[in-house]
Design a protein around this ligand. Sequence first.
Ligand code: ATP
Ligand code: MG
Ligand code: FE
Length: 358
Amino acid sequence: PLVLGIETSCDETGIGIVRGRTLLSNTIASSMDEHARYGGVVPEVAARAHLEALQPSIEAALAESGVALADVDAVAVTSGPGLAGALMVGVGAAKALAVSLEKPLYAVNHLVGHIAADILQAGAATSTADDDGALEYPTVALLVSGGHTSLLLVRDLTTDVELLGETMDDAAGEAFDKVARLLGLPYPGGPEIDRAAVDGDPKAIAFPRGLSRASDMAEHRYDFSFSGLKTAVARWVEQRQAAGEPVPVADVAASFREAVVDVLVTKALAACRDYDVPRLLLGGGVIANRRLRDTALERGAAAGVTVRIPPLSLCTDNGAMIAALASELIMSGREPSTLAFGADSTLPVTEIQVAESS
Ligand code: ATP
Ligand code: MG
Ligand code: FE
């Protein structure tokens, strides 16, 4: 099926067009620059930016793929989780489009969309050379972005996604952004910390690995916590400043990054081992982090786990992954959604599609 997907859950307006499992276009407009001066995403600003970007983005995606709107078989949209106002703009637009085109509408889960991104990827980095590029089940998926840090067990993308664990406080990307801010680096902090860390020693400072003690591992084996780490970095920097000593930004950045990467990869591979699943899929904007990619690939290979990393344009929020998920649902015979759904900012990952008609 030819599917047009709309993604507006956070600050990216994403329009993607796929045919079956083939990516035709993936247009992304970000309002990141508008949020930068506030040091984080401002929901109202994001919602308005989506409203302005949607129409031109749809036109750009159609032009790029050489597809006419009338040829589209189905419309797909993220109904949650995400920012309520931002989601509402996409949901409204998708409904309007589907009704006016008289085409079926699929309302899908953003987090599962991140997993579906893998289906579209060609030439992704993996830890084994003989990988044929197809997503195999079951797979463990680690999603790390500005809003999420989730560890999932995917038995079937269209029917069975289990939440193994998630962050108890800050998302990993959020931690990067907050630590960057206290080091005086601009927003978004992830790329800045990555750059600053290049000249740093990852072993310079032993920052805490959240929820990794034996007692935590019993109850929170697959959960994450980054607020303690952020506080530890803040305290370390303050002590330096109080002593009148310069802050070694490169060492702090490298040591902080190492703490985040270590705990993410350790817990993801623990899940692979526990469930006897030799596959790990990575997704979300934090995957841009070189150290995270390299560590996952290295430690995965050592553990006999194939690590799959879609290209970054499919890892960050985008419409193609939403279209891909709907395409999978259609190919597995699922009915479209009714118009009864709305934006659900806290949609659980187990709800792959909402308002399926029967
Ligand atoms: P959502 O959580 O809904 O997926 P988001 O917009 O918050 O949406 P993304 O756009 O996927 O998330 O990713 C943005 C986050 O990724 C920011 O927190 C940013 O700091 C972080 N990030 C980007 N590049 C890097 C990097 N090289 N290292 C670490 N973090 C990074
Ligand atoms: Mg974003
Ligand atoms: Fe996302």
